[in-house]
Design a protein around this ligand. Structure first.
Ligand code: SF4
Ligand code: SF4
Length: 128
């Protein structure tokens, strides 16, 4: 599952994700991170059965972690299979099937929202 983690870098500046890995033993895949001198936001992926443990440990260490239950959805009645989202997605989350119908692999998505803006038919929605 994916979690969106926000944290302050002012409270001692310890690397929060490394701390959580050490305390829980859970391997964390960092899919996207934006960090400046005062705060950070990271999209992480962890095994489904360990999301709650990671979230609680993050909270105990002063970060905020939210389990993401949603993500990108395609409104198939609006999509015209033009492929604009395929071109712009940095993770190759979209492909065409053999009949040139759009397919989405949600596991590859890093919730950047580029495809939402690029879709000429407003067929994509990002819910966090
Ligand atoms: S950009 Fe929009 S209309 Fe085009 S294939 Fe993607 S979801 Fe469908
Ligand atoms: S939100 Fe970003 S990563 Fe996810 S499908 Fe759209 S373009 Fe790809």
């Amino acid at each position: 599952m994916k979690l969106l983690v926000t944290f302050s870098r002012r409270k001692g500046g310890k690397p929060i994700i490394a701390q959580v890995v050490r305390e829980t033993g859970v391997l964390i895949n960092v899919e996207r991170a934006v960090i400046d001198s005062s705060e950070g936001e990271a999209l992480i992926e962890v095994p489904d059965d360990q999301g709650r443990l990671v979230s609680e440990t993050m909270t105990a260490l002063g970060a905020h972690a939210r389990i993401l239950d949603h993500g990108i959805t395609v409104n198939e009645s609006e999509c015209v299979d033009c492929g604009a989202c395929i071109s712009i997605c940095p993770r190759e989350a979209f492909t065409f099937d053999q009949e040139y119908k759009l397919k989405l692999d949600e596991g590859k998505c890093v919730l950047c929202s580029r495809c939402v803006d690029a879709c000429p038919h407003r067929a994509l929605t990002l819910l966090l």
